[in-house]
Each structure stands twice: as C-alpha cells, then as structure tokens.
Design a protein around this ligand. Structure first.
Ligand SMILES: C=C(O[C@@H]1C=C(C(=O)O)C=C[C@H]1O)C(=O)O
Length: 311
C-alpha cells in the first residue's frame, strides 16, 4: 500500500491562522445616509451617545445626493427629500421617525429677494439651489400660486453669491439659508429680504411643512426587517436623548459652527423630527399640490406607506 498523498494545496480546506473555524459572517452594516446640514445634528448626536453610530455604515452628503443614492440602491435607509420620496414612493417605505419638519418658521428654507416681495417683478428671474428638491418646489408653488408671479427659473450653486448673481430672487436651504437668515433676516446690510418658506406654507395651508423623511428601500426592508427595526429604534432613541440633553448638543455644535449658542438653540427648537397626524396632513397636502408641478406617484388614500416596526 502506498501512503495517501495529500491533496494539492489549493484543494485543502482553508483556515486562516487564528481564525475560528465556522460559518463565515457575511453580515453587512446597514448603509445609512446623514444630511450634511446642522438640522440633522440632533438626529445623529444621540447615535454617538448610545454607540449605535458604530453599527451603521454612514454616508454624509448633501440631501440631493443622498436621495439619489437611496433610490439607486447605494444606500439602504436614510433621509430623502420629500419630493424625491413622492417620486419613488412605489419603491420605498417610510420610517415613522425621524423627519425634518417645521410647524411655522424653520429659519433655513428661505426665499431671498433683492426687493420687498410686493415689488418683485411680475416675471422675476429666480435661482433654485441645486442641493434642494423640496424647498425649491415649495418656493415655486408660493411664487406662482400665492404671489401670482410667472418666474423664469435656473438652477444655481447653493450659495448666496452665486444664486443672486443675475437673479431677482433665490431659494436657498440648509446652513447657507440659516446664515442668510441671521445676516439679512432683519436689517440686511445689503438690503436683501428673507422670507421663511415654512412660515409661508403654514400661513397658506395651516399645516406643518415636511422637508425630509427617512425611508428604506422595500427590497431591503423585505430582506432585513430586523435590521430596519434596529435602525428605526436607534434613531428614535437618539432624537429623544438629544431633546433631553439639548444643551450638550448646542455646545457641541457651537464649537464648530459659525452660529451663536442661542441661535442654535432656537433653530433646534423650531425643527421638528417626528411625523404626527398634522405632519402627515401637511405631507399629503404638499403631495397633492406637487402633482401639478412635477411627476410624483399617487399616494394611496391612507398613504404614505410605512415600514412596520411593530412597536
Ligand atoms: C429644513 C430643511 O430641510 C431640508 C430641505 C431639503 C430640500 O429642500 O430638498 C432637503 C433636506 C432637508 O434637510 C433645510 O435644509 O433647512
């Protein structure tokens, strides 16, 4: 009898030195978006506090980019600007919280005009910030349906100088818009006028304005319902913690951001991070008006459709 020759090395079972022999762990962290605006700080701050942040594969970017990544399948869960959610609601489920909303002034979604609104030309040239989908559509609705103007629009980089260059007015969102509010909201050194579009929406409809929602792709929710629930609960706890410890959130933001602590505290207080019945009524009202401007999917009468976290 000849001794059995060992199989060629490539056929031998492979074990890494020191690795536990057993099933390979193929788990992948959920890919979650983070809007690179101050308004998201209270939504994510508590995730660092609880440690949940380390369970996510986090992507920080502008809202238009995050919306695209979620819809195209390069993110699993996260913020999506309301208009993009409405365009793709057949492929998405809403997570009940968080959201970015306001019931009255939001301070950071603004129409900036070079003249008082009443003196705005009948056919103004209006810039729409390239990082916005919802604020800019709200601006269009107000300009056309409430103030009776017939603007010509162009998309502009999301900063005041570029947006106002060669335009009568501009819609800006996020930190830049908050900055413009503080610089020009009262007595503008340059004679600019700042109109808070969430306050205008409330005045017009009596409802809160929802700017961004958190959603999950339906295919991801079907494949990983437990993970989606974990992410939802982590966000819910995070917002609760941030509200309880808002002084620490403000102090942390004030360390790096060009806003005074009192301004940050006021901003975080104006922002609403959940979807109550009135927010959903505001969302539906916006959806039905949006359909006159852009292609959106019909929400079912009891819509929007939520992921069921069963809690
Ligand atoms: C309230 C805001 O909401 C934002 C407005 C968005 C939009 O206009 O598309 C997108 C994301 C939100 O975070 C803000 O930017 O200040």
């Amino acid at each position: 009898m000849t001794a059995a020759t060992p199989p060629p090395s490539r056929d031998r079972p492979r074990t890494r030195r020191g690795a536990t022999v057993g099933p390979v762990n193929n788990a992948r962290r959920p890919r979650v978006g983070h809007i690179a605006f101050l308004n998201c700080m209270p939504i994510y701050w508590g995730l660092a506090r609880t440690g949940a942040l380390l369970e996510f594969d986090l992507r920080r970017d502008a809202p238009d980019e995050l919306s695209r990544l979620l819809v195209e399948g390069d993110l699993d869960i996260g913020p999506i600007t309301l208009v993009e959610y409405l365009r793709h609601s057949d492929r998405l489920l809403l997570i009940p919280d968080p959201a970015v909303a306001a019931d009255g002034p939001v301070l950071s979604v603004n129409l900036v005009t070079k003249t008082p609104l009443a003196e705005l030309p009948a056919e103004p040239r209006v810039s729409l910030a390239s990082d916005s989908r919802t604020g800019v559509l709200l601006g269009r609705m107000l300009l056309e349906d409430r103030y009776g103007r017939r603007p010509t629009y162009r998309t502009a980089p999301p900063d005041l100088e570029s947006a106002l260059d060669g335009a009568d007015a501009a819609v800006l969102i996020g930190d830049e818009a908050l900055h413009v509010f503080h610089e020009h909201g009262h007595d503008s050194p340059r004679g600019l006028h700042v109109l808070d579009l969430a306050a205008e929406w409330k005045d017009w409809t009596g409802l809160p304005m929802v700017f961004a929602v958190w959603a999950v792709r339906r295919d991801y929710a079907e494949a990983h319902p437990g993970l989606v629930k974990d992410v939802h609960l982590a966000f819910r706890d995070s917002v609760r913690l941030s509200r309880e410890e808002i002084g620490a959130v403000v102090a942390s933001a004030a360390r790096w951001e060009p806003f005074a602590p009192a301004a940050l505290a006021e901003y975080f207080d104006r922002l609403q991070f959940g979807l109550g019945d009135r927010h959903l009524a505001g969302l539906r009202e916006f959806a039905s008006r949006a359909a006159r401007y852009t292609e959106v999917k019909d929400l079912s009468p009891e819509g929007p459709e939520f992921f069921d976290s069963d809690i």
